[in-house]
Design a protein around this ligand. Structure first.
Ligand code: SF4
Ligand code: SF4
Length: 211
């Protein structure tokens, strides 16, 4: 009885080995022969915004027999530019809108690895502080999203841009506020501060005069 059990296990294992190898080989064979291969000329081809009808990929009708037949129903479809295919919540490179930034520093304070540097000054006609420095070091960012979550105005956000390769890592440090704008804002802030101090002194003098 026990011998019979061992024989059963022996042939069962053989059967399993043959079927799994056959399935694996069939998938390899099918992919190699029946699925259409797509070569994209990257990076000259813009995979984010490229045309849906990609000219670098031969149209189905232009292929000669017998490949036309072989590449029938199971052909791999190139879906065109990637941008519309990426999910809304996709975490690409960070984007920044300085016009709605209030210089609150929350993004920088919540970044676990000091990717963001922010400085701001108080100027007239601007809610919160106007940023004089906003720097993102893309070489360090790990796309955790803490900065995006804490930003009260959505001034910092994820884009769907994922191409960040460069030969010079220094180009990955981006200054969003130009030196000229930064200087202008600092001068405006200084003027506003002087004006406020003069008004305060004037008011103090008036108060003393009344006494
Ligand atoms: S996504 Fe994370 S690592 Fe990148 S800047 Fe924001 S908080 Fe820092
Ligand atoms: S958290 Fe938002 S509003 Fe505050 S400094 Fe950062 S980007 Fe600007």
């Amino acid at each position: 009885m026990e011998l019979l059990h061992h024989i059963k296990i022996y042939f069962g294992n053989m059967y399993e080995a043959v079927t799994t190898i056959s399935v694996g080989m069939w998938i390899t064979f099918k992919t190699a022969l029946f699925e259409r291969k797509v070569t994209i000329q990257y990076p000259s081809h813009d995979i984010l915004r490229g045309k849906p009808e990609d000219m670098s990929i031969p149209a189905h009708g232009n292929l000669n027999p017998p490949f036309e037949v072989l590449l029938g129903a199971s052909q791999q479809q190139y879906k065109g530019p990637l941008n519309p295919q990426l999910a809304e919540r996709y975490r690409g490179l960070l984007g920044y809108d300085e016009s709605i930034c209030i210089g609150c520093l929350l993004c920088a304070q919540n970044c676990p690895i000091d990717v963001i540097r922010v400085k701001g000054v108080k100027i007239e006609g601007r809610k919160g502080k106007a940023p004089t420095t906003f720097r993102i070091d893309y070489s360090k960012c790990m796309f955790c999203g803490f900065c995006v979550e804490v930003c009260p105005t959505s001034a910092i956000f994820f884009t769907r841009q994922f191409e960040g390769a460069t030969f010079d890592y220094r180009t990955l440090i981006r200054e969003y506020i130009s030196p000229r704008l930064s200087l202008e804002r600092m001068q405006l802030a200084e003027e506003a501060k002087n004006k406020a101090e003069k008004e305060k002194m004037k008011k103090e003098k008036e108060d003393k005069g009344e006494e």
